[in-house]
Design a protein around this ligand. Structure first.
Ligand code: FPP
Length: 252
């Protein structure tokens, strides 16, 4: 992790165009296991280091003025991992939420969950509900934790709810458009991510924000998530600012 306030970091931050920062940054926190294995540590130590990286990322995004940060913390597929690892991740989530709550609230972080948090173990549900409730009126940055999240499941859930509205006669099928569908997603009311960061050298979307990532800029990096620090984020933001977003149109 690069020191906060290092000359190198300050120089790069100075190069950022503050008017063109992404409004919404999404991250797939991948590579925790490899980070731990390379150090001869248990995988749980990698997840712990990953949670620290997330804490730094939240702080730095808030400082920079990024309005939304969405982090993939636990997917609908992660239940397939050994029971012990799932339990460790859930315990870490509870610990993280209680430990960080005070600080997040003081900073003005509004914490939300996307996914199906209702299927998490009771203590995780409780910690999450407490954190969401305590920070609900904050508005400096909205941090969405994707927990028990799957992009396809999100679309299934949206379609079920929309189907029920149609059945009840409250929605006319011919009036459905993209905005209607957006309004039924877990991310209703949140702008689509402008930038999605995928560390650990993988080149997959892994069922993350399938609908929302239609025009998102992707940034893949070999850096493992626990090593992804402030300097890496600024480099990612500078790369984002070098790109030209055309949304299917032609060069301006
Ligand atoms: C993927 O790395 C990461 C996860 C499945 C969990 C991400 C969770 C955290 C960063 C910490 C917990 C979050 C909170 C909010 C406390 P991997 O284990 O698949 O890594 P590998 O591909 O190197 O094995």
């Amino acid at each position: 992790m690069h020191e906060k306030g290092s000359p190198e970091l300050n120089t790069l931050v100075g190069k950022l165009d503050r008017e063109r920062l992404p409004v919404h940054v999404a991250v797939i926190m991948d590579g925790n296991g490899r980070w731990a294995e390379r150090r001869g540590l248990p995988r749980a130590a990698g997840h712990r280091a990953g949670a620290e990286a997330l804490r730094e990322m939240v702080r730095f995004c808030a400082e920079l003025g990024i309005k939304y940060l969405t982090a993939y913390a636990f997917s609908t597929e992660n239940w397939k991992r050994p029971r012990a690892e799932v339990d460790q991740l859930m315990a870490l989530l509870v610990e993280y939420l209680y430990r960080e709550l005070e600080e997040m609230d003081r900073q003005g972080v509004c914490l939300r969950a996307i996914g199906r948090p209702d299927e998490l173990p009771p203590d995780a549900r409780k910690a999450l509900a407490d954190a969401v409730e305590r920070t609900r009126d904050n508005s400096l940055i909205i941090v969405n934790l994707a927990l028990n999240y799957g992009g396809r499941r999100e679309i299934v859930d949206a379609m079920r709810r929309l189907g029920a509205e149609i059945k009840a006669g409250r929605v006319e099928p011919e009036k459905i458009d993209e905005h209607t569908i957006q309004a039924y997603l877990y991310t209703a009311g949140i702008p689509d991510p402008d930038l999605l960061i995928r560390p650990a050298g993988e080149h997959r979307l892994s069922n993350f924000l399938l609908w929302q990532a239609a025009y998102t800029e992707f940034l893949m990096t070999p850096v493992l998530w626990p090593d992804f620090g402030r300097l890496h984020l600024v480099q990612a933001l500078l790369e984002y600012q070098r790109r030209e977003r055309r949304y299917g149109g032609l060069k301006a």
